[in-house]
Design a protein around this ligand. Sequence first.
Ligand code: FES
Length: 171
Amino acid sequence: MTETTSETTKAPSPRRKFLGWLWACLGLAAVAEICWIGMSFLLFRRERSAAAKTARLVVAGPVDRFQPETVTAIPEGGVYLARLASGGFLALSRTCTHLGCSINWDEKTGRFACPCHGSTFDLTGAVLTPPAPRPLDIYPVRIEDGVVKIDVASRRRRNRYDPGQATRIES
Ligand code: FES
Protein backbone atom coordinates (compact mmCIF):
# COMPACT_ATOMS: atom_id res chain seq x y z
CA MET A 1 0.00 0.00 0.00
CA THR A 2 2.75 2.40 0.91
CA GLU A 3 4.60 1.45 -2.26
CA THR A 4 1.66 2.45 -4.52
CA THR A 5 1.40 5.89 -2.93
CA SER A 6 5.05 6.59 -3.40
CA GLU A 7 4.82 5.51 -7.08
CA THR A 8 1.99 7.96 -7.84
CA THR A 9 3.84 10.92 -6.35
CA LYS A 10 6.97 10.20 -8.36
CA ALA A 11 8.09 12.92 -10.81
CA PRO A 12 7.41 12.03 -14.50
CA SER A 13 10.23 10.30 -16.25
CA PRO A 14 12.31 12.29 -18.81
CA ARG A 15 10.71 10.21 -21.57
CA ARG A 16 7.22 11.20 -20.44
CA LYS A 17 8.26 14.83 -20.15
CA PHE A 18 9.63 14.73 -23.69
CA LEU A 19 6.42 13.16 -25.02
CA GLY A 20 4.39 15.79 -23.19
CA TRP A 21 6.40 18.60 -24.81
CA LEU A 22 6.19 16.89 -28.18
CA TRP A 23 2.38 16.68 -27.96
CA ALA A 24 2.18 20.30 -26.83
CA CYS A 25 4.35 21.41 -29.77
CA LEU A 26 2.30 19.36 -32.23
CA GLY A 27 -0.89 20.84 -30.79
CA LEU A 28 0.46 24.38 -31.19
CA ALA A 29 1.58 23.64 -34.75
CA ALA A 30 -1.92 22.33 -35.58
CA VAL A 31 -3.59 25.41 -34.08
CA ALA A 32 -1.19 27.70 -35.98
CA GLU A 33 -1.91 25.88 -39.23
CA ILE A 34 -5.67 26.12 -38.72
CA CYS A 35 -5.33 29.86 -38.00
CA TRP A 36 -3.18 30.32 -41.12
CA ILE A 37 -5.73 28.50 -43.30
CA GLY A 38 -8.57 30.57 -41.82
CA MET A 39 -6.71 33.86 -42.35
CA SER A 40 -5.81 32.90 -45.93
CA PHE A 41 -9.44 32.12 -46.68
CA LEU A 42 -10.66 35.40 -45.20
CA LEU A 43 -8.01 37.44 -47.04
CA PHE A 44 -8.85 35.69 -50.31
CA ARG A 45 -12.54 36.51 -49.87
CA ARG A 46 -11.75 40.13 -49.04
CA GLU A 47 -9.53 40.52 -52.08
CA ARG A 48 -12.13 38.92 -54.31
CA SER A 49 -14.93 41.18 -53.07
CA ALA A 50 -12.65 44.24 -53.40
CA ALA A 51 -11.86 43.19 -56.98
CA ALA A 52 -15.57 42.76 -57.69
CA LYS A 53 -16.20 46.32 -56.49
CA THR A 54 -13.47 47.76 -58.67
CA ALA A 55 -14.70 49.92 -61.50
CA ARG A 56 -14.77 48.42 -64.98
CA LEU A 57 -14.58 51.36 -67.34
CA VAL A 58 -15.80 51.12 -70.90
CA VAL A 59 -14.73 53.92 -73.22
CA ALA A 60 -17.76 55.21 -75.14
CA GLY A 61 -15.89 57.83 -77.19
CA PRO A 62 -15.16 61.55 -77.37
CA VAL A 63 -17.86 63.88 -76.08
CA ASP A 64 -18.37 65.50 -79.51
CA ARG A 65 -19.42 62.18 -81.00
CA PHE A 66 -22.69 62.33 -79.05
CA GLN A 67 -25.23 64.97 -80.04
CA PRO A 68 -27.86 66.25 -77.57
CA GLU A 69 -31.11 64.25 -77.51
CA THR A 70 -29.57 61.14 -79.01
CA VAL A 71 -29.10 57.59 -77.79
CA THR A 72 -26.11 55.42 -78.69
CA ALA A 73 -25.81 51.71 -78.01
CA ILE A 74 -22.50 50.81 -76.34
CA PRO A 75 -22.22 47.08 -77.07
CA GLU A 76 -18.97 46.59 -75.06
CA GLY A 77 -20.78 47.62 -71.91
CA GLY A 78 -24.24 46.32 -72.77
CA VAL A 79 -25.70 49.78 -72.12
CA TYR A 80 -27.29 52.72 -73.91
CA LEU A 81 -25.64 56.11 -73.61
CA ALA A 82 -28.17 58.94 -73.71
CA ARG A 83 -27.15 62.53 -74.20
CA LEU A 84 -29.86 64.77 -72.85
CA ALA A 85 -30.97 68.16 -74.23
CA SER A 86 -29.00 69.78 -71.37
CA GLY A 87 -25.80 68.16 -72.69
CA GLY A 88 -25.58 65.76 -69.73
CA PHE A 89 -24.96 62.03 -70.15
CA LEU A 90 -26.85 59.07 -68.74
CA ALA A 91 -25.74 55.45 -69.18
CA LEU A 92 -28.87 53.31 -69.11
CA SER A 93 -29.28 49.61 -68.50
CA ARG A 94 -30.80 47.59 -71.32
CA THR A 95 -32.79 45.53 -68.85
CA CYS A 96 -36.47 46.29 -68.43
CA THR A 97 -37.41 46.87 -64.78
CA HIS A 98 -40.59 44.81 -65.16
CA LEU A 99 -39.39 41.25 -65.74
CA GLY A 100 -35.94 41.76 -67.22
CA CYS A 101 -36.43 41.65 -70.99
CA SER A 102 -33.99 43.60 -73.16
CA ILE A 103 -35.32 46.97 -74.23
CA ASN A 104 -34.70 48.60 -77.62
CA TRP A 105 -34.26 52.23 -78.57
CA ASP A 106 -36.81 53.34 -81.15
CA GLU A 107 -35.42 56.31 -83.06
CA LYS A 108 -38.79 57.15 -84.65
CA THR A 109 -40.73 57.48 -81.41
CA GLY A 110 -37.80 58.67 -79.34
CA ARG A 111 -38.51 56.01 -76.71
CA PHE A 112 -37.10 52.82 -75.34
CA ALA A 113 -39.58 50.00 -75.85
CA CYS A 114 -39.79 46.61 -74.18
CA PRO A 115 -40.93 43.85 -76.56
CA CYS A 116 -42.30 41.65 -73.78
CA HIS A 117 -45.20 43.54 -72.18
CA GLY A 118 -45.09 46.92 -73.86
CA SER A 119 -43.39 49.15 -71.29
CA THR A 120 -41.84 52.29 -72.72
CA PHE A 121 -39.26 54.68 -71.27
CA ASP A 122 -38.16 58.15 -72.27
CA LEU A 123 -34.64 59.37 -73.02
CA THR A 124 -33.84 59.60 -69.31
CA GLY A 125 -35.06 56.04 -68.70
CA ALA A 126 -38.20 57.22 -66.87
CA VAL A 127 -41.31 55.04 -67.33
CA LEU A 128 -43.80 56.35 -69.89
CA THR A 129 -45.93 53.22 -70.13
CA PRO A 130 -46.22 50.57 -67.37
CA PRO A 131 -46.12 47.77 -66.28
CA ALA A 132 -42.43 48.65 -65.62
CA PRO A 133 -42.49 49.80 -61.98
CA ARG A 134 -39.46 52.12 -62.03
CA PRO A 135 -36.98 53.82 -64.36
CA LEU A 136 -34.18 51.95 -66.09
CA ASP A 137 -31.10 51.41 -63.90
CA ILE A 138 -28.11 53.63 -64.58
CA TYR A 139 -24.32 53.35 -64.53
CA PRO A 140 -21.88 56.07 -63.47
CA VAL A 141 -20.49 58.14 -66.34
CA ARG A 142 -17.12 59.92 -66.21
CA ILE A 143 -15.74 62.44 -68.63
CA GLU A 144 -11.95 62.41 -68.65
CA ASP A 145 -9.96 64.52 -71.10
CA GLY A 146 -13.03 64.95 -73.29
CA VAL A 147 -13.72 61.21 -73.42
CA VAL A 148 -16.90 59.61 -72.08
CA LYS A 149 -16.35 56.51 -69.94
CA ILE A 150 -18.94 54.28 -68.29
CA ASP A 151 -18.38 52.21 -65.16
CA VAL A 152 -20.32 49.09 -66.13
CA ALA A 153 -19.48 47.38 -62.82
CA SER A 154 -21.62 49.76 -60.76
CA ARG A 155 -25.24 49.45 -61.78
CA ARG A 156 -27.54 51.72 -59.76
CA ARG A 157 -31.22 51.25 -59.13
CA ARG A 158 -33.37 54.39 -58.86
CA ASN A 159 -37.00 55.15 -58.17
CA ARG A 160 -37.26 58.30 -60.29
CA TYR A 161 -35.26 60.41 -62.67
CA ASP A 162 -33.42 63.34 -61.18
CA PRO A 163 -31.40 65.78 -63.34
CA GLY A 164 -28.52 65.37 -60.88
CA GLN A 165 -28.08 61.78 -62.16
CA ALA A 166 -26.73 63.09 -65.48
CA THR A 167 -22.99 63.69 -65.86
CA ARG A 168 -22.18 67.09 -67.29
CA ILE A 169 -19.04 68.44 -68.85
CA GLU A 170 -17.10 70.51 -66.34
CA SER A 171 -16.60 74.07 -67.59
S1 FES B 1 -40.39 42.71 -69.17
FE1 FES B 1 -40.57 44.66 -70.01
S2 FES B 1 -42.63 45.12 -69.87
FE2 FES B 1 -42.48 43.15 -68.98
